[in-house]
Design a protein around this ligand. Structure first.
Ligand code: ADP
Ligand code: MG
Length: 257
């Protein structure tokens, strides 16, 4: 049975690697599920970090997001359960890297994911897409399928330049491909309040993007970085640590926005 309307779709996006996209996608998904909202995660990164971080063997997923994009499989066929009840996953695969070239030759190549997600199983209240660290065709598919962008940003010197570029991309996608694409927010991640630079960058982002910067700041927290090697979200791995609390707060803030 397929739902007729698609739930909200949040693309977790930043062209820079290592800023916390995958970490945010996994832990925000876990927090949304904990808050009572069954969530589907789409791993759109050929590195398949959110697939393995949720405890699935990325090498063994027979059907993955590639088959979904090419139309060889339906959403229902590629969706897998995870160790978190209420959180399902469309896994990725390293072969997706080569597939990007192949996808480029397909007609409607920016809308493959949107079409594939237009019929998802009932009961899913939110879809989160973990994007690769580029603004290539895969990320473009995420932005066309999405209703909003969530932008994890690290407190470092080049953060503002990256944000400018992302906002430009947002405008471009809105005007040409997906007029409904909103900004869910900018979330500062791996925040280390002991450094002056972290506070300076936070202030600079607040000044340049006052409406988009989220109040919730994700602290640098070692439990967050340990959780994926156990195939768990930090909410399961250490439910009372600062990292888990921060991701719960992020879910709450996004639900209230
Ligand atoms: P991306 O998906 O943007 O490339 P990741 O989510 O994979 O970034 O994060 C990059 C690295 O930083 C990973 O090793 C991850 O465990 C670590 N990391 C992310 N967020 C935090 C955090 N809040 N505290 C500590 N380590 C973090
Ligand atoms: Mg990642």
């Amino acid at each position: 049975m397929l739902a007729t309307s698609t739930p909200p779709v949040i693309a977790v996006v930043n062209q820079k690697g290592g800023v916390g996209k995958t970490t945010t996608a996994i832990n925000l998904a876990a927090a949304m599920v904990e808050a009572g909202h069954p969530t589907l995660m789409v791993d759109l990164d050929p590195q398949a970090n959110s697939t393995s971080g949720l405890g699935l063997d990325a090498a063994r997923a027979r059907l993955n997001v590639y088959h979904l994009l090419t139309g060889e499989a339906t959403a229902e066929q590629v969706i897998q359960p995870t160790g978190v009840a209420g959180l399902s996953l469309i896994p990725s695969h390293i072969d997706l890297a080569g597939a990007e070239v192949e996808l480029a030759t397909m007609s409607d190549r920016e809308s493959l994911l949107r079409r594939a997600l237009s019929s998802t199983p009932p009961g899913i209240e939110l879809i989160l897409i973990d994007c690769p660290p580029s603004l290539g065709l895969l990320t473009l598919n995420a932005l066309v399928a999405a209703t909003s962008m969530l932008i994890p940003t690290q407190s470092e010197y080049f953060a503002l330049e990256g944000l400018r570029h992302l906002m430009y991309t947002h405008q471009l996608v809105r005007s040409r491909l997906n007029p409904r694409l909103a900004i869910a927010g900018i979330v500062m991640t791996q925040f280390d309040g002991r450094t002056t630079l972290a506070w300076d960058v936070l202030e600079a982002v607040r000044r340049s993007h006052p409406h988009h910067l989220l109040e919730t700041v994700i602290p640098r927290n070692v439990r967050i970085s340990e959780a994926p090697s156990h195939g768990k979200s930090v909410l399961q791995f250490d439910p009372t640590c600062r990292g888990a609390a921060a991701y719960r707060a992020l879910a709450k803030e996004l639900l209230e926005r």
